[in-house]
Structures are given as C-alpha cells and as structure tokens.
Design a protein around this ligand. Structure first.
Ligand code: SAM
Ligand code: SF4
Ligand code: SF4
Length: 335
C-alpha cells in the first residue's frame, strides 16, 4: 500500500528526532538566549521510547519507507542509541539507516553503532578553525573532538559525510579548508544554505550564502567545478566535483527549493508526525501508540496524514506562508 500525497510524492524517508536536547548551541539552530538553563525541554516521560519508534517505522514500511535517519537535537545524547539502531535494523533489514550528529561524542560510539547495523553518519561541522567553530556552535571547545569522531567512524568502516551550514560574514572562509581537509579523505562536505527554520535564529536573507556563491568561492582556488549526477530520487544535495576529484554537495534550500520531490516525514521526540520542516503543528501519534494500536491501524493513520499533505513551504516562501511565531524548532522536529 504505497501512499502518495496531494502533489503525488511518495513517503520514502523518515527522520526520527530522538531527543530535543543538545550539547552545542549553534546560533542558527539553538541560540543560547532561547535555549538557556530555563528552557523547558521535553520531560523524559513524554519522549518516545525505542519500542514506540520501531512501531512507527514498521507502520511506515507498509507505505513504502526506504530511508531512516536518526537525528535530534543531538541523538548521541540519548542513552543506548545503538540499541535503537539494532532494533530498527531488525525491523527493516533493507533500510538505508543513517545518523546525523555533531560528532562531539561520536568517537566513543562509532564502533557500537556500526555493529548494531548503522550504514552512514552525517557529521555537522561548520569550521576547522577553532575560533570560527566556537562562534558557530557557541561553545568553548574547538573542533578536535568532532574531527576525532569522524576519523574513528571512517576507521571502523562507516560511510561519512560532513554538513556545513554557511553564514555570510561568519564561516565563508572555512569552505576551502573544509574541502581541502576532507576531499583527500573521500568525505564529501555538503554546504547548506542557512534556513529560516524555527522562530529563534534571527534568520535574514543577507546571511544566506547561495550555492552559486559557494561554488564560486571553491572554483576560485581549486578550479572549475563540475556537476555530478544525482544518485537517488529525492536526494536533497546537488553533487559537484573539483578538478582534484573531490566531491562536495550543496543543499540549496533557499535559492533552489526541492519541495517537488520531497519524500520526507519527520517523527519528533514527542511522537508527533510532521510532513514539512516548516510545519506549524504536528499530528500526535502517541495516543494511538499508547492505546495499543496494531501496525495496520498505525499505517492507516499515517496514510491519512500523508495523503492529505500539500506542503511546499520553500517553494512558496513569502507572505502567504506561516508567520514565524508559529513554526516548530529544528532541534525539536529533527533536521
Ligand atoms: N545535532 C545534530 C547535528 O547537528 O548534526 C543533528 C540535528 S541538527 C538539527 C541537523 C542538521 O540541521 C545539522 O546538519 C544542522 O547543521 C542543520 N541545521 C540546523 N539549523 C539549520 C538552519 N537554520 N539552516 C540550515 N541547516 C540547519
Ligand atoms: Fe545541536 Fe545540531 Fe542544532 Fe547544532 S545543529 S544546536 S548540534 S541540534
Ligand atoms: Fe520538504 Fe517542506 Fe522542505 Fe519543501 S519546505 S523540501 S516540503 S520539508
């Protein structure tokens, strides 16, 4: 039973936020003035248990789910995350199973995650320079722990990509050092346009460095970059190659939105389902799960949510879309 939304898009990917907490305070995601000591994070009892998550995944499989990404907040803060990975692998042996993490504590988890059945990690890292890393993540430590986490992940055999959000006037100078560091290691860096997600990050168009400018900056030093073919339908990044043979990606969410083939649903840490990153409100699944619904019943509920989906926020960005006071934060819904 495949489900198509009102724009004909199938449900293929599920992003699962396992916690709304994080050990960084990236200014574009969880600015400290809003996520300080007084911030009300989800109480433990309201967070989805691993069994609940696998119930939802099983129900999504009936609708055509192929890719699962564990995210957050910082997913590695969730205790025994490898147990969830092995449960998901058991439920969906053929899924492409990935994790997005800031990598700070990846080094001590990488091997267990691989052995539990994880395929890939995407590590977010916005700078190699300690001072720029401090500024982007609003932390006192530098990128050393994340770099060690990446090396460990590569050593144990996980596939690794790096995500870098680019903010004009803050980390544009880091694009080349990142490519020059990771290119020879065959780790693609994906440069993400700073998005107007949530309500707290004081997004401004002037701070967006477009993919075109990212490519220009790279080409100026490394030579002309050439496009590579997309590897999968619904892929969010456009892939490019430098003359040195180093692959990198751009995620052009602002300058060239890709809602047309957006096949992603998001399961927030409180058990609500969101059909768009810019959703104003999720559909709660917790009551259904807690009432002991069967997989079939959960599938029917998810199908009904998906088939009524009409989201295309990034393509419609402008005065007709939800006012900022209504949007859910990325750390809650899962990036
Ligand atoms: N904490 C993990 C991490 O940073 O990888 C996982 C969650 S984080 C919300 C997922 C991804 O969202 C990260 O790669 C992060 O850089 C990206 N992100 C967060 N806020 C963003 C924004 N305003 N614009 C673009 N990307 C953003
Ligand atoms: Fe935390 Fe990731 Fe958001 Fe940074 S981007 S604050 S690491 S959830
Ligand atoms: Fe998908 Fe919404 Fe992003 Fe468009 S704006 S690509 S529909 S998550």
């Amino acid at each position: 039973m495949e489900a198509r939304d009102r724009r004909g898009r199938p449900l293929r990917d599920l992003r699962i936020s396992v916690t709304d907490r994080c050990n960084l305070r990236c200014t574009y995601c969880m600015p400290r003035e809003h996520f300080g000591p007084d911030h009300a994070f989800l109480p433990k009892d309201d967070i989805l248990r691993f069994e609940h998550i696998t119930d939802v995944v099983e129900a999504c499989m009936e609708l055509g789910l192929q890719k699962i990404r564990i995210t957050g907040g910082e997913p590695l803060l969730r205790r025994d995350l490898h147990v969830l990975v092995s449960m998901l692998r058991k439920v969906h042996p053929n899924a492409d199973l990935a994790l997005t993490t800031n990598g700070v504590i990846l080094g001590r988890h990488a091997e267990r995650l691989l052995n539990a059945g994880l395929d890939r990690v995407t590590v977010s890292m916005d700078a190699l320079s300690p001072s720029v890393y401090n500024e982007m993540g609003d932390v006192e430590h530098g990128p050393e722990a994340t770099l060690r986490g990446i090396e460990k992940a590569l050593d144990v055999g996980l596939k690794v990509k790096v995500n870098c959000v680019v903010r004009a006037g803050v980390n544009e100078g880091e694009l080349l050092p990142l490519i020059e560091h990771f290119g020879p290691r065959r780790v693609p860096v994906r440069f993400i346009e700073f998005m107007d997600v949530g309500t707290t990050n004081r997004w401004a168009m002037e701070e967006v460095v477009t993919s075109q400018n990212v490519r220009r900056i790279i080409a100026t030093k490394l030579g002309e970059v050439t496009p590579l073919e997309a590897t999968a339908y619904g892929e969010v990044a456009r892939r490019w190659q430098t003359p040195q043979g180093w692959e990198f990606g751009t995620i052009d969410s602002i300058s060239a939105p890709f809602c047309g083939n957006c096949t992603r649903a998001r399961l927030a840490a409180d058990g609500s389902i969101h059909t768009c990153l810019f959703s104003t409100q999720g559909k709660p699944l917790m009551p259904l799960i807690k009432s002991g619904a069967t997989t079939k019943e959960l599938s029917m509920a998810l199908k009904s949510i998906w088939t009524s989906r009409d989201d295309a926020y990034s393509e419609q960005r402008g005065p007709r879309t939800a006012s900022p006071s209504e949007r859910i934060e990325m750390s809650f819904i899962g990036g």
